[in-house]
Design a protein around this ligand. Structure first.
Ligand code: HEC
Length: 181
């Protein structure tokens, strides 16, 4: 039994060897066709890979362009936001100045009236006139103005200057009150 198996095995081996030798002894002409195919396939594969690389490159380029677009949109929006904020601040600043202007003007007016018509007594405190900083100036403003217009004690009406309007006297009193704080 074993012998038969060995014989079959040897026979198979011989067939196999003869096939091998028949392939190697074949002329190279028929082998060139598969070789050409292989080269063609390799070329196609390289071409395909190159196409894919170009395609991927274009995709990446488009994507990058989108990011740049988005970034510049964000920068533009942020810049506009900042500009709007700055404009608002400038507006607020000039609004505040505009609101302060009348008070400043009244203060200037009151100051110059005080220099002209009131300081002769109130700087020195002559005849018992309360000097700037006196606590009497912390009394109710309307009462102080009324007394200054009518005159009080030894102070003549409007400080003796009949040309001053009620508003002029009020401005002077406001200045004195402000300077006494
Ligand atoms: C001739 C001096 C004299 C002049 C000028 C004068 N005052 Fe007087 N003033 C006095 C005297 C004196 C008193 C204090 C009166 C008293 O005893 O209550 C006084 C008091 C005041 C008081 C305090 C009033 C109160 O209710 O307590 C005010 C305010 C005042 N003067 C404003 C002015 C103003 C404003 C002017 C300028 C337009 C002015 N005075 C000019 C003499 C003067």
């Amino acid at each position: 039994m074993k012998k038969i198996l060995i014989l079959v095995f040897v026979a198979l081996l011989m067939v196999a060897c003869s096939n091998d030798s028949s392939e190697t002894t074949q002329s190279p002409a028929p082998a060139s066709k598969p070789a050409e195919n292989t080269v063609q396939r390799a070329t196609d594969a390289v071409q395909q890979a190159a196409d894919q690389v170009v395609e991927k490159g274009q995709e990446l380029k488009d994507e990058a362009a989108q990011y740049v677009d988005k970034a510049s949109d964000t920068v533009t929006a942020k810049a506009e936001e900042l500009q709007a904020g700055a404009e608002k601040l400038v507006q607020q600043g000039s609004d505040r100045l505009a609101a302060l202007a009348p008070a400043a003007a009244t203060f200037d007016k009151g100051s110059s009236i005080y220099q002209q018509s009131c300081r002769s007594c109130h700087d020195s405190g002559i005849m018992g006139a309360p000097r700037l900083g006196d606590e009497r100036y912390s009394a109710d403003l309307d009462v102080l103005v009324e007394n200054s217009i009518k005159g009080i004690g030894r102070m003549p009406a409007r400080g003796g200057n009949r040309n001053l309007s009620d508003d002029d006297v009020r401005a002077a009193v406001e200045y004195m009150v402000e300077e006494s704080k």
